[in-house]
Design a protein around this ligand. Sequence first.
Ligand SMILES: Nc1ncnc2c1ncn2[C@@H]1O[C@H](COP(=O)(O)OP(=O)(O)OP(=O)(O)O)[C@@H](O)[C@H]1O
Ligand SMILES: [Mg+2]
Length: 363
Amino acid sequence: MALSLPFLNIASRKKRTQMISVDLGSRTTKAVLLERRGEVLALTRYALLDAPIFEKKISPELLGDHLRSVAEALGNTTKYITMSVGLDDAMVRQVELPQIPLDEMRQILKVNHKGYLQQDLPNHVFDCYIIPPRLQSVADKTSESARAGGSAPKLKVLAAAAKQQLVNDFMAATNAAGLIAECMVPGLVGPINTFEQALPEILARETIALVDIGFKHTSVTILDRGELALTRVVNIGGDKLTAGLAESMNISYAEAEGIKVGMAPEVESALQMQVIPLGREIRASLDFFEHQFDRPVSQVYVSGGSARSEMILQMLHSELMTECKTWNSTGFLQLALPGQQAVEVDHIGPQLTVAIGAALSAF
Ligand SMILES: Nc1ncnc2c1ncn2[C@@H]1O[C@H](COP(=O)(O)OP(=O)(O)OP(=O)(O)O)[C@@H](O)[C@H]1O
Ligand SMILES: [Mg+2]
């Protein structure tokens, strides 16, 4: 069951046969078109577009134009659209709440977000998702102590918050583009949803980290036998790798980007230097978890644009001392892609992970 924190309270949400899902990255917009075919989901089209240039904030008009281009690139076959909210724009935390209806949970968060989310969040919308308890549950410390106190065990809930203005702007932009907004999903949730479909046994049995390396940020999510144990956002991504490479080699940003993507062996040591700080940050997250839970993270599963580089994955591996690999985020989908897209999907797949995961919330 996909995590869903839809923010938009559309009471009459129906099951759609087709859905556009857009991941508005800080550098690249990733979009997928998924289609329900009986029991399976098919990937029928995808698109990578340059993110619209924006200073601090993108206007709803500009975003509307951009979404129109996205829908066109996907063949204009459906109006329903789901959007992943950037890591800067939506916060996600695991909290514990009493056993009450979802509506009341949202209300509690709205009134007491400072207590639950340790942050003052004026003019935000909140949404909750009750994390299903593990099947053969080994009762953990928190629920044990709750029972010892005689009260009903609390529920583990994923709480998400986003600015009301962001939601309004998204609605305005989708309307302007002639599209219909179905769902908004925090970016952090995307890789979890996709992984759950792609590698369910590993998710259920092992302690793993999902790392999505973007342009500006990298998200780290630790899942301990199916349970969310830690989430963190690091402000390092492909941009810093390229910028650092350009500086150290005294070349332009564009040249450095070409070299990085081309994986020229002679730049290996220069690139390794740039990957070290990112590796350290990820390692720090793993260490934090491992000390607190006294359990090692066995594998690191990497997605995002940089996961397309075997060289970067190997460098991370040696920095983290834990196996780092990319994974097949489209393997569980029926692939029904046109010519060239069918050829390239294996290579591009890691970068589509968030968009696919957001779509799973909506279906
Ligand atoms: N083959 C490749 N090798 C190395 N890096 C690559 C490759 N392909 C793409 N990238 C890098 O991936 C980055 C873009 O990744 P991605 O699309 O995941 O970021 P984003 O989602 O736009 O950013 P963010 O998540 O931070 O908002 C760019 O920095 C680009 O250099
Ligand atoms: Mg991204």
